[in-house]
Design a protein around this ligand. Structure first.
Ligand code: 13P
Length: 308
């Protein structure tokens, strides 16, 4: 295990002083993953946030994740290294537009992907993540009409997995949606290795891949897959986590168009310096409107209980 840098030591000292817990998404910088108490996908981190006992939760991820932590555990101070780390999926689905859309389908249930605002969660019957979307949708009777927001590619994957049609909101993750099927095909030819991708990828990209799953599930899949080399089609920092968890295999980050790997510009706003600063200054803090939080909490808690 390599020693901590001076800045990492400072973060760990401040963390202790503040009685804080550091939650980090699989997509954040390596040096943040190294000081985190928990690293995981949106689902795993939601459980960690709900159950956190420390006074302070520092969420190294994006705003909807930190907001979810605050909604689930409102008595805690929730900090984010950079309050401007948002999500293109979240931007694609303003709550007022979803409310108008919902009014067109008065009998439909709304299942929203966790990558959305608190206000959208408050309009939803239940939330899902990529790790449990299939299970959540299957929880509804077959003939129940479902609006699925905001990711149409995750939605279409869930449609394939469950064999049921849904009413899809037209949003996407601009990073994952940039992958091209022919590039991944060429990569498979070059390395003769299987490809795992995230369900936010387009259908034609998913069809080229060997397995589609949430970031956390990629670890178990990689461990069990007989190949020594695995191509990973998601945000690059996932490779660091995979290499730590499955050290005997070679992981290759699938390059995105015009770039050697896929990056999320919002996740990249999380730096070790900003993590140190937020613990030192106890800012920026996450807050959620009380009325929104109460409704959103019901939808998130329903997800946590259904996905057990
Ligand atoms: P996971 O829940 O699979 O980690 O996905 C989070 C995300 O935002 C993917 O872009």
């Amino acid at each position: 295990k390599k020693p901590f840098s001076a800045l990492q030591e400072e973060v760990l000292r401040l963390k202790k002083e503040r009685n804080a817990v550091i939650l980090a998404h699989n997509y954040v910088a390596n040096e943040i993953q190294e000081v985190a108490d928990f690293i995981g996908d949106s689902l795993g981190l939601s459980y960690c946030a709900r159950d956190a006992k420390a006074d302070v939760i520092v969420f190294c991820g994006v705003d909807f994740m930190a907001e979810t932590a605050k909604i689930l555990n409102p008595s805690k101070t929730v900090l984010m290294p950079d309050a401007a780390s948002g999500c293109s999926l979240e931007e694609s689905c303003p709550a007022v537009e979803l409310a108008a859309f919902k009014a067109q389908y008065p009998n439909a249930k709304v299942v929203s992907y966790i990558n959305c605002s608190g206000a959208v969660k408050a309009l939803s019957d239940v939330i899902c993540t990529s790790g449990n979307a299939v299970k959540i949708v299957e929880h509804f009777p077959k003939d129940e009409q479902i609006i699925f927001a905001p990711d149409r590619y995750l939605g279409s994957w869930v449609e394939e997995m469950t064999g049921r049609k849904m009413i899809l909101w037209d949003g996407c993750c601009c990073a994952h949606a940039s992958y091209k099927a022919e590039d991944l095909k060429a990569l498979r030819e070059e390395f003769k290795a299987p490809i795992v991708c995230h369900p936010e990828c387009k259908k034609e990209v998913r069809d080229v891949c060997d397995y589609v799953c949430s970031t956390e599930k990629m670890i178990a899949w990689a461990r069990e897959n007989p190949s020594d080399t695995i191509i990973v089609a998601t945000v690059e920092q996932m490779i660091y986590r995979l290499r730590r968890e499955v050290p005997n295999k070679t992981f290759i980050a699938a390059p995105a168009p015009n770039s050697k790997s896929l990056r999320c510009r919002h996740m990249d706003k999380n730096t070790l310096e900003k993590l140190r600063d937020c613990l030192r200054d106890m800012s920026p803090q996450v807050s959620v409107d009380e009325v929104v939080a109460e409704k959103a909490k019901a939808a998130i808690e329903k997800m946590l209980s259904w996905s057990k």
